[in-house]
Write a protein that binds this ligand. Sequence first.
Ligand SMILES: Cc1ncc(COP(=O)(O)O)c(C=O)c1O
Length: 394
Amino acid sequence: MTETAGGTGSATYLDAAATAPLRPEALDAMLRVFTAGQVNASSVHSPGFRAREEVEAARARVAVALGARPGDVIFTSGGTEANSLAIVGLALATPRGRHLVTTAIEHSSVLESCRYLERVFGFELTVLPVDRDGRVAPADLRAALRPDTTLVSIGLANGEVGTVQEVPALAALAREVGAIVHTDAVQAAASLPVSVAAADAWPGNVVDAVSVASHKFGGPQGVGALIVRSGLRVEPIIHGGGQEHGARSGTENVAGVAGFAAAVGAATAQIGSAALALMESRDTLIGRILAEVPGAQLTGHPTERLPGHASFTVRGVSGESMLVALDSAGLAVSSGSACAAGKSEPSPVLLALGVSDDLAQTAVRFSLADPLPGETLERIVRVLRAEVLRGAAG
Ligand SMILES: Cc1ncc(COP(=O)(O)O)c(C=O)c1O
């Protein structure tokens, strides 16, 4: 359990899907770079060469951990930029056609990038529906694909409801018609092998591009990567000095990529064992909440979901009051997407799953970095039950 001073104070932090706790390996790597002295990795002097070595070592480490090749990794400022670069960059670089396919539950960085291409470049966009568990039906994708489909973007796992998509099967359909396939693995890559998306044959026949973000692995915020199958052209969306082989200009974040690589290495090395322990804890939490909190319903897929992810709606209470009550009890959780936090509209993801407007306002998400201690589990159930009873009495 992460009980740190500083950012999380004395709270029990159960919001790893928003940002995972910083791993000591990442902190050490960043401190090493900062302590050595901050220099520019493009400078032509010895300190600059050493900074370049840091960047390239980080690139190699990220590539190996995610089953890619170093030359496939384009460092970005995070998941949002990786998704924007994937969608805008791949679609504009590809002369095939002007049709895009994505799903109704993608992160806003995917959906908004598609809408940007629609608005500014005249692309047509098909947004696939999902079922009540958040899964895309292969038949819907098959029906949407056209000879002029340029790009299909389907997230590997959803951050709000935890559903893991059958990306390999969906990608195979899209690639049959020659479309480029991108998957947003920002939520998934820290706990599922990205080889789920990339198959063991990267840069083989499953997906062409994968987005990841450092802070979901326990690395620093503001760093990420787009991994692109070699040979595919990417039109840059940030123009300038031509860093990252021209795909992404801007002075490299040397300490950031070093921390990112250390976190990716540490997270992916433990994927199997850590995921099993998390799944057990998640399933206990889900079982207890469904059994003991009146009105609670699981959102997302019952089994095909992220290992540490348990999300619910709780009929009869307001999501906001639940979060406040949990926070007062020292439990830092969120309603779903941190990126949408503060918005009063119901989550488009929950609406796409067929949840009503009212019920969507009662969402609560627990995302675990470590298995829950028994005392924390009891506290969660106690607080939620009390909120429901208070709601019923009021
Ligand atoms: C699925 C998914 N994609 C993309 C992002 C955006 O990543 P970043 O916060 O690094 O910009 C998030 C953030 O939560 C996410 O959950």
